[in-house]
Each structure stands twice: as structure tokens, then as C-alpha cells.
Unconditional design. Sequence first.
Length: 312
Amino acid sequence: MAGSIFRLTEVQEVDGLWTIRLLLCKQEENDLMKLYEHMTKKKESTINLLALGTALSVSGKFDQAERFFRRTLRELSTEDYSNLAESYQGLAVLSAEKGDYEISLGWNQKALELLEQKLSPDHSDIGFIYNNIGIIYWQTDQLEKALESLEKALNIFQKVDDEDSSHRVAACYTNMALIWKRLKKYEEALNYLYAALALNEKFLPSDHSSLAESHNNIGTVYRCLGDLDLALEHYNRSLSISLRSLPSEHRNIAIIYYNMAIIYETANDLNLALSYFEKASNIFSKALPADHPQQIGSDSGVQRVKSKLNKN
């Protein structure tokens, strides 16, 4: 939402390149309702509807999350433009999670139009939305438009020289790298990814999840280049950082397991490939619906490798 940068996720086996967007852990619905009831007593219901909507979205409870976000739209006044924009962006993220990219683009455009009326054109919140619009264009293969939106975001973030803006610049570099990867311009992709890694290493602690993200992305580009050893080296770095900074059943750890499984399958180390596909599948099953592409991808990997092992 406002103040957040939502990074790309890629679930197809051919790409296998996923990035971290949100760092909230899964919550059981009754815990969320207890939290909501507690915070409502403090008369902070609007803020907490947004927070609960975000938590439900990350947990894969998309229908419930949508109800929270739509409720905020009904309750907010037109003068509360900041929370209105957050609600629009929350609905944009939900729509993208469900694969409704045109609807997601529409919500992002509503947020952008609202903030452009209220804020200066170089405000970071406008940069965030350009970043997210770029992601939607990436997901719909409108790559020129994606780069254009991300460059607008980058230009905004580069005008401020502080730690926060450096992290935002790194995120833009990452997203632009993924577009170059899609275009099979792997050297360009690596240049942007190493630039993002350098910024993150400068300002972030050594166990920060953004460093894990950078290594994961670099590993996948090396895999595309056929350098499995370097790919696995960066995946292992990503996993080591993630296990220190995230819960052991965090969805982003499953992403790394999946990518490592692809490496081992490509190298015909089928037992290790099966082990990592199963680890990924087990984590995804606790956070996602059965028909989510990430769950389907890992389950397909399990079945595919089992079939190969049975033929040996």
C-alpha cells in the first residue's frame, strides 16, 4: 500500500524468478478477528481494516481481504485521500494476486489520479504507484510500458538522497532487471541486479530479506545463462539469509526451495530435486489455496520428478 513497493513474482517453471513483496506472516482468521476487535476498541478501525486486509491478502484469503478493503472505501470520506489511495492499492494487489491484471491496473490508476491531485509530482507515494503499474504491465507482457512506468518511479526516487530512497531505487533496479530478463537480455539484467545488491548491502543489515531477494534473482539469471554452479551459489546465499530473517515456513523460503529444485532437476540430481520440490509444496500448502499457481507449480514438480525417478 502507500509507502510499500510490491515486487514481481514469477511462478512459471521456465522463469522460476520470484521476489519478495510483503513480509507479513500467515495469521489464522480467528487471530485476525481478535486483533481487529482489540484495535477497534481503540477507535483505529479504518487503519486496522487496511492492515487486516493486507494480512488476509498475504495469507491467500483473497475474498475476505477484498471485503475489508471495500469496507474502508465505504467508510472513508473523500478528504481522507491517503487511506483511500491505500485501499485502492490494496484492491489492486488483490486483483493481481488473482490474475485480474486489467482490474488491478484500474485500481492503481484510480490511486494515481487521486494522489496526483493532492501531492507534488515528485512525491514518493506517486513513485510507488508508478512502480506497481510497471509490474502490472510486466505481468501482461507490455514490456515497453512497464519500463516506462518503472523509469518514472526511478526518476522520482533518485531525487532524494537518503537511505529510504536508496532502498526504493534498489527495488526499481530489481524490477527493471526482471524485464530485461524477460527480454533475454541477461547481461543487462545482471547489471541492474548487482546495482540493487550493492545498494542493499550498503544500507541494510546482513540478514535483511532484501539481500536474500537480490541473491535469489541473481541466481535465476545465472540459471538462464546455464551457469548452474553460480546459480546454486546465490540460491544458497538467499536461503541462508532467509532462514535467519524469516519464519521457517514463510512463503518466500518456499520460493527459494522451488528454484533450487529446478537447478537439481536440470542437473539430473533427482533425489535432491524431489526433496526441494516437496519442501516448497509443503510450505505453499499452508499459505495458499490449492489452485494458486505457486502451489500448482511445486506440486507439478513433485510429480514430474517422481515420474523420472520411477523410470530409472
